[in-house]
Design a protein around this ligand. Structure first.
Ligand code: 2AM
Ligand code: CA
Ligand code: CA
Ligand code: CA
Length: 276
């Protein structure tokens, strides 16, 4: 697509996302239908499905040749990144949506032949849209985000869930304890797309997780790159945007320091298992 078509896409998607956000807000005044998927903490609601159907319908109507990678099954499950691919999570942070009625987002990332081109992460309850067209700057609503500044571990606010520093099957619980001890503080917001947007906005300095799916990180990676940040798997290797993966995202220097720390720990015998 040419630049003009990307600008049109940006305008359209912004409209769809705001409409979807309004539906989500209104849905909170009536009881939700909540059910479990793979586990007791893996929830889905009627609204996850309704919003995905709504957005997939819009994408298919305006862009019938494009493919969609989405969480709730209304997309296409493509096996190649050729052409234009949409990464769509209708509610990122479903547990927050159900339990807190805040801190959840609609996340949409659009890639062309594997390159991130457009990103939209809409934090519904605070009406905050993190967005960018690659090369045109990243924005938090209409405020342009600054390039990421260099931050030392000692001054860094690092976002990671306690899941990864207690016994689990993906990362030895001790791998990150030194970083957690040294850093300025930790946070865990429970919505990966918002957490990636917060790194891009400089509100937190790094985000780490061992378990994300393409629809969780598709948009966030584009924002991170747009502000000069780096996102890789936990061991510093490249992310495959069609697979479940670990993610470490930060400014370049902090990213390198944490990735090297993880590398040394793994070389010393601590385990790191990519999601299966
Ligand atoms: P979701 O709400 O769309 O499922 C919560 O820690 C964050 O990780 C959310 O962004 C959540 O997305 C995502 N996540 C990815 N895989 C998950 C899983 N298996 N269980 C819980 N959260 C998961
Ligand atoms: Ca989910
Ligand atoms: Ca998600
Ligand atoms: Ca979701």
């Amino acid at each position: 697509m040419n630049q003009k078509e990307w600008l049109v896409l940006e305008k359209r998607v912004t409209g769809w996302i705001k409409e979807a956000g309004e539906r989500l807000k209104q849905s909170l005044s009536a009881p939700l239908e909540v059910s479990c998927k793979s586990a007791h903490n893996d929830l889905v609601t009627n609204m996850d499905k309704e919003i995905e159907k709504f957005l997939v319908g819009k994408i298919k109507e305006y862009y019938p040749g494009h493919k969609i990678v989405s969480e709730e099954g209304f997309g296409d499950a493509p096996d190649s990144t050729d052409g234009i691919l949409w990464y769509l999570d209708p509610i990122d942070g479903t547990i927050n949506f159900v339990m807190q009625q805040r801190f959840f987002a609609i996340s949409i990332g659009v890639y062309e032949n594997g390159s991130g081109r457009a990103a939209f992460i809409y934090d519904v309850m605070v009406d905050e849209l993190f967005h960018c067209l690659a090369g045109n700057g990243a924005y938090r609503n209409d405020v342009r985000l600054a390039p990421l500044k260099k931050v030392e571990v000692e001054d860094a606010l690092i976002d990671l869930s306690a899941t990864w520093i207690k016994p689990n099957r993906r990362i030895d619980q001790d791998v990150l304890t030194e970083i957690v001890r040294r850093c300025s503080g930790t946070r865990a917001y429970g919505s990966a797309s918002i957490e990636l947007a917060y790194v891009a906005a400089g509100l937190i300095d790094a985000y780490f997780t061992m378990r994300l799916s393409p629809w969780d990180f598709g948009a966030g990676l584009i924002l991170i790159h747009e502000v000069g940040g780096v996102a890789t798997r936990a061991d510093g290797t490249a992310i495959d945007t069609l697979s479940r993966t670990s993610i470490l995202a930060a400014g370049p220097a902090l990213h390198e320091e944490i990735a090297q720390h993880i590398g040394r720990q793994v070389a010393a015998g601590k385990y790191l298992n990519e999601p299966d």
